[in-house]
Design a protein around this ligand. Structure first.
Ligand SMILES: [Ca+2]
Ligand SMILES: [Ca+2]
Ligand SMILES: [Ca+2]
Length: 150
């Protein structure tokens, strides 16, 4: 499977927000439905859970979705445009904290280096995200997918 998504789907953008979002009100049924959608798409070995490699494929899709000019680098402006495409506002500063070498861009290695999202979501620390763990991750979505989550 190749990641050639040029525009972020709403599912992917929801995941993106989930990765950066604080805890918020959850709708368990919807969250489980979204978790199932993610598993349908990214659980390559079909064990109904995501290991880190599978999670990285999801994150790669997210990265490519933000990197609209496909140059392999995300800048604050890309985040702002991705949010704007959803009719929202974000300045991208939260994401830019991942720019560890401070060259003004977040590249894929920098983006990928931060595995806290996975570790935090893997509540039983078995190295996999189950459907319920994914649902909890999605449940961190702020109401209305607030762009403040960037
Ligand atoms: Ca799997
Ligand atoms: Ca950088
Ligand atoms: Ca787990």
């Amino acid at each position: 499977m190749t990641c050639r998504l040029s525009r972020p789907s709403s599912l992917v953008m929801s995941c993106l927000f989930a990765l950066f979002a604080p805890l918020a009100e959850a709708s368990p049924d919807t969250d489980m439905a979204r978790a199932a959608q993610i598993l349908d798409r990214y659980d390559r070995n079909q064990d109904r859970r995501l290991d880190l490699a599978e999670f990285d494929a999801l994150r790669r899709t997210i990265f490519n979705g933000i990197d609209r000019d496909q140059d392999g680098k995300i800048r604050a402006q890309d985040v702002a445009q991705a949010a704007q495409a959803r009719g929202q506002h974000a300045d991208g500063q939260r994401l830019m904290k991942r720019d560890t070498n401070r060259d003004g861009f977040v590249d894929w290695p920098e983006f990928k280096a931060q595995t806290q999202g996975f570790t935090r979501a893997d509540r039983n620390s078995d190295g996999h995200l189950s459907a319920s763990e994914l649902a909890r991750l999605i449940a961190r979505l702020p109401a209305g997918l607030s762009p403040a989550s960037f």
